[in-house]
Design a protein around this ligand. Structure first.
Ligand code: G1P
Ligand code: ZN
Length: 543
């Protein structure tokens, strides 16, 4: 019997991507997802009778793929599948479950912060036994296998009841429907001082958490409302919906606007506001009247992590993606620990975490996490913030001001130009690259270029080299602009321009960000010719 999808399911995706991310109707094609899953089962490391974790963010098509993955696992010699009730597992919770139960890996079903529904996006990726996304050598092998595969295997069995906790047998394999929240909540109780946070809540600390009708709702209700005692209703949009209520479950200032407006309203704002994305790995942090950029959040969390029991012994190192601001580096320097600058994408942190070289990592795109799992973790960041608020008794605004007064402030913004013609975007980057050598010493407005390069990373653990990870233009005084093309955009090219101005301690630490970045924005335009190449005179999204 030959049952094969006509082309590789990866068709049209960049090589090296850790899984599939496509429209639902692409996933609904015959043999499509089966080609991917069988290829995973054919190439990944696993012993006979191994355990596989399966779960997703609850978006449309989640249950269909989960039932099929269970039938295929049974036919492919797995001994046990652990699946979250209702097919639900946030990405960080899935990472934890893989690690805790010694699974050989897991299938995580999500398209992260992309919209869901019959006309929207779906995704699937494979995580390995350390709980992290499969590294490139594994994803390359999966990809190669999708080209060669000529059949896939499943057992003839009906769908299981995903709502019923407990154990059933499918084709002789054990399937355990587990509580998706319990293991994760227990881990959070180990890392953070729940009694102190509970006391702060009882003493009047208030918060709002926007689950964006996505996967973190059940986690946040259990942890924030039930275990920590924040009042009922603290978690908004708490029920995971297959279409996220028609919204983008992306916790940024555009899509979490309601939360932002609430936090900026002096009459109504609670003390602390936060949100997470579709699959629960990203976070947004806003204090009463004070937005915290993800880059600053990473730095502030690192500077105060010792206040949480799980990090009381200090940090081994701090890692940030290259476009993330250098604020965290200054904290690492003050703590006397190493700072790592990696290419964009969480997978680069995995080696550092596994090797015990870094404890906390983060990206400007609102991903923060630590060595407790091998994915970024939205609720983890929220709980570490709460632990710090409870331990210090200070407001978010006060903590931010004190941080800047000590380390200086990295004013920061990211400008995205979306759905740009790929040819034009590539031409812009090529011209920029060709001009790198001529930039040092040149002045743009009041800014003089100190250095410029195309970022390359040599992994300190396995010495693998990743080149062309974005163009960096460094100005004298610690300010910077970075240009790179998105690796996750689905339509044409997305040009990301990362703008950063460093203002040292004692300088202008409480000015509006747009004003502080104005000359860097002008320099970026002059250096890259964004308008000339793309015809765009303003970005589509500013975060
Ligand atoms: C984006 C973010 C990056 C993140 C990735 C996956 O990638 O910028 O930090 O790791 O999504 O969530 P990009 O589209 O920039 O390649
Ligand atoms: Zn996500």
């Amino acid at each position: 019997m030959i049952r094969k999808h006509a082309t590789t399911p990866f068709e049209g995706q960049k090589p090296g991507t850790s899984g599939l991310r496509k429209k639902v109707r692409v996933f609904q094609q015959e043999n499509y997802v089966e080609n991917f899953i069988q290829s995973v089962f054919d190439v990944v490391e696993r012993q006979a009778g191994a355990t596989l974790v399966v779960g997703g963010d609850g978006r449309f098509h989640n249950r269909v793929v989960i039932q099929q993955a269970i039938r295929m696992a049974a036919a492919n010699g797995y001994g046990r599948v652990l699946v979250g009730r209702g097919g639900i597992l946030s990405t960080p919770a899935a990472s934890h479950v893989i690690r805790k139960y010694g699974a050989s890996g897991g299938l995580i079903l999500s398209a992260s912060h992309n919209p869901g529904g019959p006309e929207e996006d779906f995704g699937i990726k494979y995580n390995i036994a350390n709980g992290g996304p499969a590294p490139e050598k594994v994803t390359d092998a999966i990809h190669a296998r999708t080209l060669a595969i000529d059949h896939w295997l499943d057992v003839d069995a009906p769908d299981i009841d995903l709502e019923a906790l407990g154990t059933v047998s499918v084709g002789g394999m054990t399937v355990e429907v587990i509580d998706p929240v319990a293991d994760y909540a227990e881990l959070m109780e180990q890392l953070f001082d729940f009694p102190a946070i509970r006391k702060a809540a009882a003493d009047g600390l208030t918060m709002a958490f926007d689950a964006m009708s996505a996967v973190t709702g059940p986690y946040a209700v259990e942890i924030l409302e039930h275990r920590l005692g924040f009042r009922q209703g603290t978690v908004r949009n708490a029920i995971p919906l297959e279409d996220f209520g028609g919204h983008h479950p992306d916790p940024n200032l555009v899509h979490a606007r309601d939360l932002y407006d609430l936090m900026m309203d002096p009459a109504k704002a609670p003390d602390f506001g936060a949100a997470s994305d579709g699959d629960g790995d990203r976070n947004l942090i806003i204090g009463k009247g004070r937005f915290i950029t993800p880059s600053d959040s990473l730095a502030m969390l690192a500077a105060n992590a010792h206040l949480a029991p799980g990090y009381a012994d200090g940090l081994k190192g701090i890692a940030r993606s290259m476009p993330t601001s250098a604020a965290a580096d200054r904290v690492a320097e003050a703590l006397g620990i190493p700072a790592y600058e990696t290419p964009t994408g969480w997978k680069f942190f995995g080696n550092l975490l596994d090797a015990g070289m870094a404890t906390i990592c983060g990206e400007e795109s609102a991903g923060t996490g630590s060595d407790h799992v091998r994915e970024k973790d939205g609720l983890w960041a929220v709980l570490l913030w709460l632990n710090i608020l409870a331990a210090t008794g200070k407001s978010v605004d006060t903590l931010a001001r004190e941080h800047w007064a000590r380390f200086g402030r990295n004013y920061y913004a990211r400008h995205d130009y979306e759905a740009v013609d790929s040819g034009k975007a590539n031409a812009l980057m090529a011209e920029l690259e060709a001009s790198l050598a001529s930039l040092p010493g040149r002045a743009f407005g009041g800014l003089t270029v100190e250095a410029a390069d195309s970022f390359a990373y040599c992994d300190p653990v396995d010495a693998s080299v990743s080149e062309n990870q974005g163009i960096r233009v460094m100005f004298e005084g610690g300010s910077r602009v970075v240009f790179r093309l998105s690796g996750t955009g689905t339509e044409g090219a997305t040009l990301r321009v990362y703008l950063e101005r460093y203002e040292p301690a004692g300088g202008n630490l409480d000015a509006p960000t747009p004003a502080m970045l104005a000359d860097i924005i002008a320099a970026a335009e002059e250096i890259a010719g964004i308008k000339r190449h793309t015809g765009r005179s303003a970005p589509d999204v500013v975060t």
